[in-house]
Design a protein around this ligand. Structure first.
Ligand code: NAI
Length: 323
């Protein structure tokens, strides 16, 4: 009997891909053949993928209902990453094919990144570095530099990343409050942090607001003009979740007009930034939707995907199923 086939769909332009599939081969050695199938991100699914016993895919092309209908013996479709909007999960479910993702490979990296953005703002690292590199030595931003101990760090969404962020911020002496309408009562008590009754209360109270909820119909545009008006002039806003949760126009206007002390964004509505004017917004730090990145995280993600594929081809239960 030939070994089952695990196919990895990898867009040619995608720099995280590994044609040799070294990580996947080490997990699947003796269990399955591993073939990396290079493709165009908007192109056709290669014929060989239709023969696979398990499919691992990075980004597009969209694994739509028509593709799913043509899969001959696929026992799992696995997304190397968190989001699974590039696969028709209902069509897969209708054929009994589990769709799985890897939701946790970057938890620590994103929490570290959120803290890095918060600390960079609270300690005004960029203006001070710019002054020093200009060969000046004036502390022009002293009024914006914060003692962290006792300041209120407000977390919106106390899930995996929100909790990891809370623990990190707590170690710096921040007082941690959070808003998460879906968390069971008392779930936060072991962390020694405080629940507030509403988003409005969190925004009024916090010196740093850090967003960690998913993008949903409810959270899209959740931080806009009214919410920014509730925040103190001295507050820093950090968003490492999804760009569309924070409305860019009112945020950038507030930064230009000094109605907010600063913002640290790994994600931006309609990313990337579009104009030189946007890029010149004062007290704004933007990183390139890179909070998840680390070589260790990539290896962890690929290892998890390969382990799920191994379970699927052995007809063992899979995990991280989303359909
Ligand atoms: P999670 O599912 O563990 O936690 C999300 C939390 O948000 C849950 O506790 C949920 O109850 C809460 N929540 C849902 N709706 C809410 C609302 N309206 N208000 C307040 N809280 C709400 O997710 P995890 O792993 O912590 O990830 C959070 C988000 O981080 C992801 O949805 C993703 O968008 C983003 N992310 C960003 C990355 C980056 O590179 N910048 C990488 C990975 C994730």
């Amino acid at each position: 009997m030939p070994l089952p086939l695990v196919a990895i769909l990898c867009p040619r332009e995608f720099k995280f891909g590994d044609p040799a599939a070294a990580v996947e081969c080490s997990v699947l050695d003796g269990t399955a053949m591993v073939h990396t199938l290079p493709l165009d991100i908007n192109g056709q699914i290669p014929a060989e993928a239709l023969e696979a016993d398990a499919l691992i895919f990075w980004h597009g092309p969209f694994v739509n209902g028509e593709v799913i209908a043509r899969l001959k013996r696929c026992r799992a479709i696995i997304r190397n990453g968190v989001g699974y909007d590039t696969v028709d999960i209902k069509a897969a479910a209708a054929r009994g094919i589990p769709v799985c993702n890897v939701p946790d490979y970057g938890t620590e990296e994103v929490a570290d990144h959120a803290l890095a953005l918060a600390l960079t703002l609270c300690r005004q690292i960029f203006p001070l570095a710019a002054e020093a590199k200009r060969l000046g030595w004036q502390i022009n931003v002293a009024d914006k530099m914060r003692r962290l101990r006792g300041r209120v760090f407000g977390i919106v969404g106390l899930g995996r990343i929100g909790t990891a962020t809370a623990l990190r911020a707590k170690a710096f002496g921040f007082r941690i409050v959070f808003h998460d309408p879906y968390l069971a009562p008392g779930a936060h008590k072991a962390l020694g942090i405080e629940r507030v009754d509403s988003l409005d209360e969190l925004l009024k109270l916090s010196d740093v607001v850090s967003i960690h909820c998913p993008l949903t119909a409810e959270t899209r545009g959740m931080i806009g003009t009214q919410e920014i008006a509730l925040m103190k002039l001295s507050t820093f806003l950090v968003n490492t979740a999804r760009g569309d949760i924070v409305q860019k126009a009112p945020l950038f206007a507030a930064l230009r007009e000094g109605r907010l002390a600063g913002a640290g964004l790994d994600v931006v509505e309609h990313e990337p930034l579009r104009t030189a004017e946007e890029a010149a917004t004062p007290n704004l730090i933007v990183t390139c939707h890179a909070a998840f990145c680390s070589p260790e995280g990539m290896i962890e993600m690929r290892t998890t995907s390969a382990k799920i594929a191994r379970a699927a081809v052995r007809d063992e239960p899979v995990w991280n199923r989303v359909n």
